[in-house]
Design a protein around this ligand. Structure first.
Ligand code: ADP
Ligand code: MG
Length: 572
């Protein structure tokens, strides 16, 4: 764990050592004052040597000026180091999270991930800024002060120093308890973020159901739990601070009494006595500092544990070591005895055999929940097949680079996800860096041109979070424009028009028909009218693929499809 943490320092070795060296010099120079005072009291005062006293002060002044500069450097470089490390960690985590599979996101709350990326990393950063350095300065000052004290009066030094192990034990003890408390704090904070994310994300539903009070209650309980966790943590911090305060004052008292005794009974010089008192104060300083950061260390450690845990989560779906990149697939798809289930033993798909020729349009129909969407999700490897295999143009999809596989497949779904931003950005998502001419051409083919022309800001119109400022039909057209630009050889249309009214649907069908020209197209349709002209219709039920053929063939066969057809026909 510690090794892993320090591995992040590697790129900044030089900065680290420079900073470290300055910190050590700073710590050693801090010892100058007590030594100087001792010397002045012992030697210079009795001689009334004003000249040397002033010289000693001048030397101290120089040391302080140097230390002022050093402390700025140590502070700034230390933070620079920490910030660099934090930035690296955050970037690595973001890259990693982006690679995690659909399965992972199915089971993870967005708010929790946000917490990992923001809050946890902030705390880790705090430790990276201060951690090793504070510890090292503390150790250096302790050792330095102890060394000088030993030199002056060994017995008294050892007696005074007995307190140190007690304080270290105390620090470790509270550290352990704080780590536990911090872990709880993190969990509660993550839950809290997840709650806010859920409520704000679904605010339209919340308001539509007038359930603000209910959400408020849920929020309140999260908020209170968070409060509880914080209180526990601050109780520990407070206890730790008070107990070590008490111990340190006891040491001061002890040094006062014992020192007085040594002066009176054993003839210890006054200067040594004063030096002792000052040195005790110096070695308290790092302890006080450690006490001050005792809050951030355990938090950082707890955060780093979570960080490592997430970084070590392997994506379920990833490139195989010798995956090949292909330029453009033809779109000859084969499902060979495919088996798949989401959780446990329950299988959604079993023994699916299906072949789709390049350029063919195949429609999937069947009851909701039968596995149509699942069947199509396996093709871009959103989920991995459990048994059997899928090939495209003869390549097992697991042997293709994910990037080239996914660049070859375009998906238009019922609920289009648009990014908050402009129309231009959202269309260009199909082909990053596309110029306005290409974007407008795609918009024209998606019959979005007039709409864009009617907007005062045209392509630069901001469409709001997830495209809230657009109608269902407009969103769908935007998704289609994006797909024209992406121009994939394989197209999946998953109930792309099911949410629209029949009139809009009919209009959009034309664009979709144009889009599927020359591509292998898998259409999942709810309304059978939209797929009458498909090259082939495949009926998917819980039993798997039960019928396939052309529309008239299936109607004539009198199976499930003909029943569905009759039902829809008589309804409309
Ligand atoms: P269809 O598209 O035919 O309506 P789906 O393929 O969406 O059906 O769903 C098939 C089955 O798989 C359903 O029982 C559904 O509950 C389940 N399912 C779908 N998506 C997931 C998922 N991400 N995690 C777990 N189960 C899922
Ligand atoms: Mg579906």
């Amino acid at each position: 764990m510690l090794k892993r943490f320090f591995s992040f320092y590697k790129p900044y070795k030089r900065l680290f050592f420079l900073d470290f060296t300055c910190a050590v010099i700073l710590a050693v120079l801090e010892l100058a004052f007590p030594i100087a005072v001792g010397h002045v009291v012992n030697e210079l005062l009795p001689d009334e040597n004003w000249g040397l006293i002033i010289t000693a002060c001048a030397v101290l002044l120089v040391i302080y000026v140097v230390n002022t500069f050093l402390s700025y450097v140590v502070n700034y470089w230390g933070h620079m180091l920490g910030i660099n490390i934090e930035t690296d960690m955050r970037r690595l985590l973001f890259d990693h999270v982006q690679k995690l599979s659909f399965r992972y996101f199915d089971n993870t709350k967005t708010g929790h991930l946000l917490s990992r990326l923001t809050n946890d990393l902030f705390e880790i950063g705090e430790v990276a800024h201060h951690g090793p350095e504070d510890m090292f300065i503390a150790a250096m000052t302790l050792i330095g002060a102890f060394g000088i004290m030993l030199f002056i009066q060994p017995e008294l030094a050892i007696m005074t120093f007995i307190i140190v192990p007690i304080i270290i034990w105390l620090v470790l003890y509270f550290n352990r308890r704080m780590t536990k408390a911090s872990n709880r704090l993190f969990t509660d904070m993550a839950d809290f973020n997840a709650r806010v994310e859920d409520t704000v994300g679904g605010i339209r539903v919340v308001q539509a159901f007038a359930n603000e009070k209910h959400e408020g209650k849920l929020f309140k309980s999260n908020n209170l739990r968070f409060r509880e966790a914080k209180l526990i943590a601050y109780k520990l911090i407070g206890m730790n601070a008070s107990i070590s305060y008490m111990l340190m004052r006891l040491v001061s008292l002890f040094v006062l009494i014992a020192g007085a005794y040594y002066v009176l009974q054993k003839g210890m010089p006054y200067g040594d006595f004063i030096m002792f008192v000052l040195l005790t104060n110096i070695f308290f300083k790092p302890i006080e500092k450690i006490n001050a950061v005792i809050e951030s260390y355990p938090k950082g450690i707890a955060g780093f544990k979570r960080y490592v845990e997430l970084m070590d989560t392997e994506p379920d779906v990833a490139d195989s070591p010798n995956a090949i990149a292909v330029d453009r697939l033809q779109g000859d798809i084969r499902y060979n005895n495919v088996t798949f289930g989401y959780e446990g033993e329950a299988k959604v798909l079993q023994g699916i055999d299906l072949s789709i020729h390049a350029g063919e349009t195949v429609a999937f129909v069947g009851p909701s929940g039968a596995g149509k969407t699942t069947l199509c999700s396996l093709l871009p490897r959103f989920y991995e097949v459990e048994g059997g295999s899928i090939t495209i143009d003869g390549h097992d999809i697991r042997d293709l680079k994910l990037e080239s596989l996914r660049k070859s497949i375009g998906i238009v779904q019922q609920d289009v996800f648009l990014f908050s931003g402009t129309i231009r950005e959202n269309i260009a998502y199909g082909k990053l860096g596309a110029d306005d001419w290409d974007i407008m051409e795609a918009a024209r083919r998606a019959r979005l041109e007039e709409f864009i022309a009617s907007l005062p800001d045209g392509l630069s119109t901001v469409i709001g979070e997830r495209g809230v400022k657009l109608s269902g039909g407009q969103k769908q057209r935007l998704a289609i424009a994006r797909m024209f630009l992406k121009n994939p050889p394989i197209l999946i249309l998953d109930e792309a028009t099911s949410a629209l009214d029949t009139e809009t649907e009919a209009a959009i069908q034309q664009s979709l028909a144009e889009l599927s020209q020359g591509r292998t197209t898998l259409v999942i349709a709810h309304r059978l009218a939209t797929i009458k002209n498909a090259d082939r219709i495949v009926v998917v039920t819980e039993q798997g693929i039960t019928e396939q053929g052309r529309h008239d063939e299936l109607v004539a066969a009198g199976g499930i499809y003909s029943r569905l057809h009759t039902a829809q026909f008589s309804r409309s």
